[in-house]
Design a binder for this molecule. Sequence first.
Ligand code: ADP
Ligand code: MG
Length: 346
Amino acid sequence: MTEENSRTELGQLGEFGLIDRIASRVHLTLPSSVRGIGDDAAVIDPEGLHQLITTDMLVEGVHFDLGYVPLKHLGYKAMAVNMSDVYAMNAEPRQAVVALALSNRFPVEAVDELYEGMLLACRNYGVDLVGGDTTTSRSGLVIAVTMLGAARKEDIVYRNGARDNDLLVVSGDLGGAYMGLQVLEREKSVFQESGAQPDLDGNDYILERQLKPEPRRDIIQLLKKLEVRPTSMIDVSDGLASEALHLARASGLGVRLYDDKLPIDPATYSTARTFNLDPTTCALNGGEDYELLFTVAQSDFEKIKGNPHLSIVGHMTDAASGHVLVDKQGGVHELRAQGWDALLTR
Ligand code: ADP
Ligand code: MG
C-alpha cells in the first residue's frame, strides 16, 4: 500500500493526536460555517436558504480496492460523489463531515494522503470540512462523508418534476468510468498472475474518469447562464438506464432513449471493443460517471442545441408508452436497469 520509508503507527499519535493533526490542516472559508472541528458539534448558519444533506459510505473491498486506488484519489472521490448529489439538486455543496474507521494496517501517513485528496476536492469546490468521527476497524477502511448543501427554495430541482414531452439531456460522456475500472482490474490480475508491472499507457482519460471523477458544478453554472431550469434532475452514479428510469418513475411518466444519441468518448468505445463489450451497454449500465441527467421543456431546445457539453438522449412520454430504448435500426426494447453491479465479475 503506502511505500513511504517513514511509517508512523496510529497508536503513536492516538485518536486525539490524529484529530489535532487533521484539524491543523483545515481552514474554514465560508461565512455559513460558524464552528468547525473542535467542539461537540459543528454549527452552520443556513443564511435563510434551504439546507440539503446527503451521505455516502465507501467500504474497502466493496467500493474500492487499495490495490490500485491511491488514497489521495480515494479521498477526492469520496468528496466528489457527495458533491455530485448536491449539484444534482441544483444546489451548492458547502460543508462536509467525515467519519472514518481505520484498522492498524494504516499508518498516520495514509490518513494524511486520504485527507490531502479530500481537502483538495473541498478547495476546488468551495466546501468546508467541519467535523467528523474517528474510530477503529478490525479490518479495512470505511469512509462515510456527509455533505451539506444550500439553495434557494425555488431553485431546488427534484426527480419528480419531469413532464410529458420534456427533453432528456445528459452532460459529458458515458461509460468511461466503467471502462477505466475494467483496465485497472485487468492489470491487477495480470500483476497477480505474472508479476508484470501494470501497463496503463494510453488509458489516461478512462482511468481519470474512474479514479478522479469531477462533480459537474460547471453544468449547473452553464444551465444558469443559458437560463435553462431543469424540470427534474439526477446524477449518473449507477448508469444512464437506471437513472432515466428513476426520473420517469418519480415523475409518473414513460421515457424513450435513443441508442444513437448516447455520448461515448472514442477512448471508451475502443476499450469496450478490446474487452469484447458493447459500448452502448457500458454507457447505459456502466455507472460511476457522475454526469448530470435532467429534463428540460421542449421550449428550451434552442438554448441547449449543439452545446458540446450536453447531449439530448431522448424524451419523456406518457406512462402508458413505457420505458424504452430505440436501437440504431429503430428496434424498440424495454429499458432495464442492470446497474453496474450486474456487469462486475468480482
Ligand atoms: P466526540 O467524542 O464528541 O464525538 P470527537 O473526539 O469524536 O468528539 O471529535 C472531536 C472533534 O473532532 C469534533 O469536532 C469532530 O467533528 C472532529 N473530528 C473527529 N474525527 C474527525 C475526522 N476524522 N475528520 C474531521 N474531523 C473530525
Ligand atoms: Mg466522535
